[in-house]
Write a protein that binds this ligand. Structure first.
Ligand SMILES: [Zn+2]
Length: 462
């Protein structure tokens, strides 16, 4: 979306731009929306898509340059394109070139951003989510906007420092409610209370499935003109992360496919709440490894939300509600996705589906599943969608008249965001590694740009 719609569509939404809007409106700051667009974590973006949006951002800012006092940018931080390893930094550099050295540029970023000094060089301050599940996206935007407002009033002059501990973890272990990461984040949030002049600290986990030189954890501190303090803070936290690298990389928690499903079946017999099976290595919402395994092990009842397969959805819709179908679904996105699985059973729902998210991650966001169907394949209920969407909350049940507690086993694909809801819903969460492209064992991936001689788990320097 472009222009005024960027502002109106984010008002009241728990997203970074929603936070910008909240603070700016409260402070009487006039905003000019430029452009907003996004996509989930999948393959690298095309260079054409990058050029298109970078141009739109830059031309939009250039047009209003004489009328504005500062720029708020919401970027992810871990985007890659086919040829660019740090396109987010490229955007910030371009915006800086357009607005000149003096105009403040403040960034709101995702906690999974892969960062280094290059991004810091071209902006005045940057702020990332503190938590994953990302329940504080709106607050991150508020922190960034508040900083810009204070700068414009002449109250603060931010300086920043960044440190990289040389540690990568799979996304699954970047959840900030897992220890010791939870303690590291909690400590980082205490620091601004203890050090006057320290405006903000963000611990970024990085995104390990982007093959880039700056992949992995980083710590960024923003202070009011005190570079030495910023350095001290980021170096201290970075040392802590490096020291805890083995505890952060929890390979002992990951199960194989056969044992994972067998364990889920065994545990679900005596559990009072559902067992969640987590097919976390799936990056495109269509991997079928655990669904195959559930059928192989004759699971009597399970819920499998949002398997991405437009053709299968279309076939089920054509058959209609109540029809008995035999449809091959999922497993198309790559040679590692598991191959299509046969869904033989009754169509329970068929049609277009769109609703407003009620979960804590992105509450208020429109969820567009597109044409889709729900199929009861012998007790295993699978919803097949045309748009790739990850089930993060209980909307995947309630929107179709189901209740999560009625299912002994729930198969999810989220990495960390589901935890905001499913840590309460589930009796236990079983993390299963599959041969897909987002494995827990990072050493199995063919990295070309990650400096493996300097980063854990590829190198282990004390
Ligand atoms: Zn993230």
């Amino acid at each position: 979306m472009v222009g005024e719609a960027v502002i109106s569509s984010h008002r009241g939404v728990n997203r970074v731009i929603g936070g910008f809007v909240k603070v700016c409106e409260a402070e009487g700051v006039e905003m000019i929306g430029i452009v907003s667009s996004g996509a989930g974590a999948a393959a690298a973006a095309t260079d054409e898509a990058f050029d298109h949006y970078c141009k739109e951002i830059c031309e939009g800012i250039a047009k209003v340059k004489g009328r504005i006092d500062g720029v708020l940018l919401c970027l992810h931080g871990a985007m890659t394109t086919v040829t660019r390893t740090d396109p987010d930094a490229d955007i910030v550099r371009e915006v800086r070139r357009i607005v000149g050295k003096k105009m403040p540029i403040v960034l709101g970023l995702d906690y999974h951003g892969n960062l280094d000094g290059e991004t810091l060089k071209h902006c005045d301050a940057l702020f990332g989510y503190h938590y994953s599940p990302h329940t504080d996206m709106g607050e991150t935007g508020e922190r960034a906007a508040r900083c810009l407002v204070r700068m414009l009033r002449g109250e603060i002059k931010p300086v920043m420092a960044i440190a990289k501990p040389g540690v990568m973890v799979p996304s699954i272990f970047s959840a900030t409610n897992l220890h010791p990461l939870a303690d590291i984040v909690a400590e980082s949030l205490e620091l601004p209370k203890r050090f006057p002049g320290l405006i903000d600290v963000t611990v970024f986990a990085g995104f390990s499935y982007a093959d880039v030189p700056n992949c992995g954890f980083s710590v960024v501190a923003v202070t009011d003109g005190d570079r030495a303090l910023a350095d001290r803070i980021v170096n201290g936290l970075s040392d802590t992360i490096h020291g805890l690298r083995h505890q952060l990389y929890k390979d002992n928690l990951v199960l194989g496919m056969k044992e994972g499903v067998a364990l889920a079946l065994r545990k679900s017999n005596s559990a009072s709440k559902p067992i969640v099976l987590l097919e976390h290595a799936d990056r495109l919402n269509d991997s079928t490894h655990l669904l195959h395994e559930l059928f192989r092990q004759n699971a009597p009842k399970a819920f499998v939300p949002y398997l991405w397969d437009p053709k299968a959805a279309e076939a089920a819709i054509k058959a209609g509600v109540g029809a008995d179908v035999e449809i091959m679904a999922g497993g198309h996105s790559s040679d590692r996705a598991g191959g299509p699985v046969k869904l033989k059973g009754k169509v329970l729902f068929a049609g277009e589906k769109e609703f407003t998210s009620t979960g804590p991650v992105g509450r208020g966001r429109k969820v567009r599943l597109g044409p889709m169907a729900v199929i009861d394949a012998g007790g295993i209920i699978v919803s097949v969608t045309s748009n790739a969407e990850t089930a993060l909350d209980e909307d995947c049940f309630t929107q179709f008249g189901f209740k999560s507690e009625d299912f002994p086993i729930i198969l999810l694909r989220s990495k960390t965001h589901f935890r905001a809801v499913y840590e309460k819903v589930a009796e236990e969460i079983l993390i299963v590694d599959t041969p897909d492209y987002g494995p827990a064992d990072l050493t199995t991936l063919p990295y070309k740009h990650v400096p493996k001689d300097r980063v854990f788990p590829f190198t282990d320097t004390p």
